[in-house]
Design a binder for this molecule. Structure first.
Ligand SMILES: [Mg+2]
Length: 385
């Protein structure tokens, strides 16, 4: 079955109305430490420096018989230029089921300008659309094509700072977004400690607690903070460093031998994961299936990680059906990350989500068993860009 078209599209969902909620969400007001925190004019909020009009990127791949699949990534329109201007015309006419070959072609096609970064987002969108298409053509959910399911349901850990609300929803593992970094000095270190201490106090010792540092630190700060946080028994410390600083990751591992470390959401292609596994840089790898190259790249990462006994927990694994299906297929993925940016008091079923996307119940989730990734998206909602 040949590919007849690959195009980036806009998705126009029917209007969804969410209730007001009982208070503002942490995502609306909390300061989060980040790589730009050293610049006071943009320190307060990431929205002050992130690209303003680059939304989600959707990619539609259509086969000879008219069946189509849909992939999702980020940073449109920059990524759309890579798909529409380069990758699409090279892949049209190829066998749509040959996902391994097509992923290898995309990996090599992007070499002159680099396969990482924006190109990797483009590759992810096309690869995910191809897997959605494959599932629809074969009448199977993607987790089944990957050899799953590995279990009945997935345990979710929640990401966000509105812990009281997440407890009410039934979650038992919590990841906080770290507010302060090196730019906030000793005062920030103390405030970070207080922030983590309060969360530990609230959830008690029978629940897991993690801290996400979103590329905000250097090795020295990460070590100082980890030492102060030792009494609060963090399950892991996440993404402390600039992702390309591989020597920094090795040094951090050396200086924090007992602290569980996790990273990888801003690593692209399978190669940084190979380096991290080989050098034992971290304990938990966190590829993002919508960013690092899609299902095909994540399969490669899983194979290497399983062989080395390293855990994998996808970044944002529960935030859309792509991560849900992949995680559900592998016994080596113990948890789903459930990001909550909606307001406390708004039930998860009523918070914005994609049609056909399951939500967590009592901290657990089971993906849809519909063909492909189980998205319930009408073709009429897709508009060619
Ligand atoms: Mg993170």
């Amino acid at each position: 079955m040949k590919i007849t078209s690959i195009q980036t599209v806009r998705l126009h969902l029917p209007p969804q109305s969410a209730p007001e909620g009982s208070r503002r969400s942490w995502a609306e007001h909390a300061e989060v430490a980040n790589p730009m925190s050293r610049y006071p004019h943009v320190k307060r909020q990431r929205a002050l420096w992130l690209p303003k009009n680059w939304g989600p990127l959707w990619c539609k791949v259509t086969a000879e018989d008219g069946t189509w699949g849909l992939g999702l990534s980020d940073h449109a329109p920059a990524v759309a230029a890579v798909i529409d201007g380069h990758l699409a015309p090279q892949l049209v006419g190829q066998d749509c089921l040959a996902t391994e070959k097509l992923a290898d072609m995309m990996f090599r096609l992007t070499k002159p300008y680099g396969t990482t970064g924006l190109a990797s987002y483009a590759i992810s969108a096309i690869d995910l659309a191809l897997w959605d298409l494959k599932g629809k053509l074969l009448g199977k959910p993607v987790y089944s094509l990957l050899g799953g399911p590995a279990r009945d349901k997935m345990v979710c850990y929640v990401t966000g700072n509105d812990i009281d609300w997440y407890q009410e929803l039934g979650f038992r593992a919590f990841k906080l977004a770290c507010p302060y970094g090196p730019a906030d000095g000793l005062d920030g270190l103390a405030k970070n400690e207080e922030f983590v201490a309060q969360a530990r106090e609230r959830i008690g010792d029978a629940c897991e607690l993690m801290l996400d540092c979103w590329m905000a630190f250097d090795v020295e700060y990460a070590v100082r903070l980890a030492e102060r946080l030792r009494p609060y028994k963090l399950r892991w410390l996440e993404e402390c460093l600039i992702p390309e600083d591989m020597d920094g990751h090795i040094e951090l591992r050396r200086r924090l031998p007992d602290q569980t470390l996790a990273t990888g959401e801003h690593w692209y292609t399978h190669l940084p994961f190979q380096a991290a596994i080989k050098q034992r840089m971290v304990d938990i790898l966190q590829p993002d299936i919508n960013w690092c190259g899609g299902v095909t790249t994540c399969q490669k990462i899983m194979g290497m990680a399983e062989a080395a006994g390293t855990s994998v927990i996808l970044h944002g694994g529960a935030r859309n059906p792509y991560g849900q299906h992949f995680s559900y297929a592998f016994a080596g993925i113990p948890w789903l990350e459930y990001f909550i940016g909606s307001r406390p008091g708004v039930p998860l079923e009523q918070a914005p989500r994609l049609p056909g996307q399951p939500v967590a119940k009592d901290g657990c989730l089971t993906p849809s068993d519909a063909p492909g990734f189980g998205l319930e998206i009408d073709e009429a909602w897709l508009e060619a860009v």
